[in-house]
Write a protein that binds this ligand. Structure first.
Ligand code: NAD
Length: 355
């Protein structure tokens, strides 16, 4: 298999295949672009069906991080890592420490944070082997997990999208379906319920969905029914590539706004959504709250600074994208890429990064 010819290869700077025999670790670290700064991005552990699926994921996710940091006006590049294997079965301290050593070997070109399948506690274990890890608290009282900041960014981004599409940001009575009520999805559901939205939820772990039903009055639907729920907004907060042709034919919602990375199964779906008058809030813009928070944490700055940055950047960038999409007729995901590229490409990066 050729990586340089891979369908998801996009001029990535660095791809490291990591194997540690004693712990059984198999992982891939991808650094997409470091024009704006060192690469920062999550470390995911997932039971990939095959190696190609993992390579595809890490190539797409690391590229997404370059665009996300640029769109968020952060002086950071894009990277991501994936550990191959079911986290519930194969995650051990030995394996996490081995991953920490591989991250360390890159000398700070890549800084890892938590992602699906990797917890704050896991990051703390990696942190025993390297300082190039972020997004976890090392002492009681310190903030760490970026999920609350991500959820907040998705919440205000969802409101901006609702305002654009339905001409009102009042969530009272708005019907929202949340796919995946994990670290981000559950918090988003709480905020939506707090402003009077009606919720539909699904999760492959039935207990999580049932908790949302019990605590937030959500209607639980089967995972394969969530996109056809009779709602105004869909919030994909599980894994990527969930919006595909089948989903497109089922949708009744006018807005897609959620936290998952790489929500569209392929890029042209953005145009298909626009043709159906479904407003898509580009994933890496709306879910950038977490990376913004992690950036401020590493600078030793308080959450209030991150919160202000999230509030301003997520809302303003989405509004710019929506307006340009309306005026040019181009899909929102295409416009988002243009906005991000304008910020990270070396010759044109006349940008307003935070200092
Ligand atoms: P998580 O693992 O805590 O939650 C994901 C939830 O989705 C889990 O409860 C899981 O059971 C459920 N799920 C998986 N497949 C599903 C399916 N087919 N149908 C319904 N539910 C399903 O992860 P998270 O941290 O909440 O992240 C959610 C998404 O947001 C991921 O795509 C992640 O990459 C992205 N994201 C997270 C952050 C963050 O700060 N945590 C930041 C940016 C992007």
């Amino acid at each position: 298999m050729s990586v340089f010819e891979h369908r998801s290869f996009d001029g990535h700077e660095h791809l490291a295949f990591c194997h540690d025999k004693p712990s059984g670790l198999k992982a891939i670290i991808a650094i997409h672009n470091t024009h704006l700064g060192h690469a920062l991005g999550g470390c995911r552990m997932f039971d990939y069906r095959c190696e190609d699926e993992a390579i595809n994921d890490v190539l797409r996710l690391s590229r997404g991080m370059t665009y996300k940091s640029a769109a968020a006006n952060l002086p950071l590049g894009g990277g991501k890592s994936v550990i191959l294997g079911n986290p519930r079965q194969y995650k051990t301290e030995e394996l996490l420490r081995a991953m920490g050593r591989f991250i360390d070997s890159l000398g700070g070109r890549y800084v890892a944070a938590e992602d699906s399948g990797i917890s704050e506690a896991d990051m703390r274990i990696m942190g025993q082997e390297t300082s190039h890890v972020a997004g976890f608290s090392s002492q009681p009282g310190e903030r760490g997990d970026p999920s609350p900041a991500t959820a907040y960014g998705v919440f205000i981004g969802l409101k901006a999208a609702v305002e654009q599409r339905y001409k009102s940001s009042d969530l009272k009575g708005l019907r929202v379906a949340v796919q995946g009520v994990g670290s981000v999805g559950y918090r988003l559901a709480e905020m939506l319920a707090g402003e009077g939205a009606e919720l539909w939820v699904s999760d492959v772990y039935a207990e999580s969905a049932e908790q949302a039903a019990a605590e937030l009055g959500a209607t639980v639907v089967e995972p394969d029914q969530i996109f056809s729920s009779p709602v105004d907004v869909i919030a994909p907060c599980a894994l990527g590539a969930t919006v595909d042709d089948t989903v497109l034919s089922q949708l009744t919602a006018g807005v897609i706004a959620g936290s998952a990375n790489n929500q569209l199964a392929y890029d042209d779906l953005g145009a298909a959504l626009k043709a159906r008058d479904i407003l898509y809030a580009p994933d890496y813009v709306i879910n950038s709250g977490g990376i913004i928070d992690v950036y401020y944490q590493r600078q030793g700055l308080p959450y209030a600074r991150a919160h202000k940055h999230i509030t301003q950047t997520v809302t303003e960038t989405l509004q710019e994208i929506f307006q340009r999409s309306t005026s040019t007729g181009e899909a929102t995901n295409v416009i988002a890429d243009q906005v991000a590229r304008r910020r990270f490409e070396p010759d044109t990066s006349a940008i307003d990064c935070v200092a």
